[in-house]
Design a binder for this molecule. Sequence first.
Ligand code: ADP
Ligand code: MG
Length: 709
Amino acid sequence: MLKAFLITSQPAILSSPIEYLKGVGPQRADLLKKELNIFTFGDLLQHFPFRHIDRTSITNINELTPATEYAQVAGVLLHYEQLGQKSGRRLVAELKDKTGIMELTWFQGLSWVQKMLETGQSYLVFGRVTFYNGRPQIIHPELELLKTVGQGAKNYLEPVYSTTEKLKSKGLGGRQIGKLTQLLMGMVKEKDIPEILPGKIIKEFKLIDRYKAFRQVHFPQTADEYVEAVKRLKLEELFLAQLRMALIRSGRHRYSKGVVFDRVGDLFNRFYRNFLPFQLTTAQKRVIKEIRADTARGRQMNRLLQGDVGSGKTIVAVLIMLLAADNGFQSCLMAPTEILAQQHYNTISALLQKMNIRVSLLTGSAKPAERKKLLQELEEGQLAILIGTHAVIEDVVQFHKLGLVIIDEQHRFGVAQRARLWQKATVPPHVLVMTATPIPRTLAMTAYGDLDYSVIDELPPGRQPITTVHRYESQRSKVMDFLRSEIDKGRQAYIIFPLIEESDKLDYENLMKGYENVKAYFPEPRYRISMVHGRQPAEQKEQNMKRFVEHDTRIMVSTTVIEVGVDVPNASVMVIESAEKFGLSQLHQLRGRVGRGAEKSYCILITGPKLGNDARERIRVLVSTGNGFEIAEKDLELRGPGEIEGTRQSGALNFKLAHIVQDRSLLEIAKNISARLIENDPELNSAENLPLKNFLRMQKGAVLWRKIS
Ligand code: ADP
Ligand code: MG
C-alpha cells in the first residue's frame, strides 16, 4: 500500500500553478493558459523548443550572409552615433573583427544603451542578422563586454520556443519563455521527473532516463544530446498514446457487454447459397470471418472496416445484418446522405428480395403516415433492417432489439452521433464503421487505435484499371470530343466542378459557366444533362440524380456533392475541372465513381496552365496509381495529419514532439512495445509496470480502468 502511495503522489513542483513561477504572475499566467495551454510548471516543461540557436561558436563577420539567421560575433567597437530625427531616431555602432565590419542598430532605449558602449572595447554580440545596404547588421543585439578579444563563445545551444503575438506583447517572446524554462529547470530535481518506462524498454532501445531527457531537450550541451533527448521523448509520447488505446481496446474485449451472434442460421445460409450475386473475394471472406468471431464472444464489437472504393463493402454489411437477424436482432445501416441511403436501400432490398426479411428506409423526407407505420413496425420488431440517414438517430426512433449498427462513410458522422445510436439498446449494439477513404496505416494506428480493424485489400476480379490522364484547359475541346464518342457508345459521364464552400460565389459562377459550356458541346434534345449542386432544393437534387441513375440523362454536371458512394456502373468517364483545387483523397474518391461496370473507364483531370509544386505532385500521384492506400499515404505526407478529413478534432494526433509521418518507424516500435506489454501484463500490475500505470492514471483524460465501452 505504502509503496503504491509513494509512487502515485505527484511530484508537487510540476503541478504548481504557473503563476507561481518567478517572473510570471497572474496576468501572464492567464495568457499562458489561454494561448499555449500552459497551466502548471509541468506544462511549461512540456512546451518543447522547436529549435536551438547555436551559441557554441563565434562567426567571422565576413562569413555572414543574407542566409544567416542568428549569429554570435566578437569584435571591437569602432564608434557609435545617434542618427535621424524623432521617430526615425536610432543609435548606430560599428563593430570590427579581424575579417570585417558590421553595424549594430538600436531604435529604443538609446541613452541607456549608449551608456554601455565604449569605443575601443571588445564585445560579444548576438542577434538576428539582417542586411542593410549590402552590409550585415544586427538590430537590438544582445551585448556583453569581453575582457579580451578571442575570449570564448557562450558555449551553449539556446532553445527557441513557439509563442503568440499576445504573449509577445506581454514580454513573453520565444526567447523569454526560454528564460522561464531555464529558471524552472534549475529548480527541478531528478526525483521530480522519475522514470516511468520499464527498465527493459530503456535498455532495449538504449534510452536516456526521463529527467535527463527533459533537461537535454531544452538545454543540450551538444547537438547529440538533443537528438538523444528527442528520441527518448518521442518514443515515450508515441508509446503512451499507443498504450492508452490498446488499454481501451483490451478493456473493451474483456469487460464490455455485447450481444451474442453465435448462430449462423437460415437467413445467412440461404442467402449465401442461393442469392449471393457473385463469389466473395478472399478479403471479403476474411473480413466476414473476423466480424463473426468478434460478435460471437459476448463483448461489444467496435470495428473499423476499410476498403477502397468499389472493394465491395456493401455485401459484407448485408451478410452481417443477416447474421444479426439470425440471432434475433435488428440492424441499422446509416449513410451520410439521402442519395446514399436510398441507393443502399435499393441495392439491399433487391439483394434480399426473395428472402423473407423486412427492410425499410427512413430519411428526413419520409411522409408522416409512412413514417409512423415504419416506427411502429420497428418498435414491435417486425422490421429487421433499417436503412437511413441521420434521421435514424432521432429519439422517436425506437428499436425492439437493436443488435448491430453499421455506419457507412464514417468520417461524416461525429462521435456524439454514433454514441446516440448505441444508446438505443440496453446492451450496446455492435458497431461496424465502414470507410472508403483509406486511412494511412500510421493514422489508423494513432487515430483509431482503440477500434478493431479489418481491411478489404483486394478488388473484385475483372475490374479494369481506370485510365487517368492530365489535360490542360486549352485541350478541353479534345476532351469534349472524347466524351462525345463515349456517350455515343451508350456510356455516361460525370463532369465535376470544385465548390469548396457552398457560399463561394466565384466557384458557383464557374459551375454555371461550365454548365453552359457543356450544353453548347452537347445540345439538347440529342443529349440530356443533369446538374446537381448544393444550392438546389433537396428535391431537385434528388430528381436530377435519379434521372442520371436511371440513364435518362447521360451527363452529370455536378459539384462534389456526388463525391461519396454513388453507384452508376454505366458511367465510364469522370472529368474533373480545376483538378488542382482538389485534395488527393478527394480526387481519388471522385475517380472511384467510374470503373464500376464492365466497360473501360477514364478519369480526366483538367487543370489551368500553371501548377504549384504540391498540385503538380497530386496530379502526378493520381495519374500514376489507383491504389487508395498509396494515395492516402501520400496525402498524409503532403498535407500533414491535421488536414486529413475526419481526423481534425482527433486528440489522438496532438503530439507534442512526434510527427506521425516523419516518425513512422518510431511509431511502429511504440506500437510493438505497447502490444507486448499489454499481452504480458494486461492491467499493468507488475512492479515494473506500476509507475507507468500510475502515470497514465494521473494524465488528463486518463484511461478509465474497467469502465470502458
Ligand atoms: P464499396 O466498397 O465502395 O461500397 P460496393 O459494395 O458498392 O463497394 O461494391 C462495388 C461494386 O462491386 C458493386 O457493384 C458490387 O455489386 C460489386 N461487387 C462487390 N463484391 C464483389 C465480388 N466479390 N465480385 C464481383 N463484384 C462484386
Ligand atoms: Mg459503399
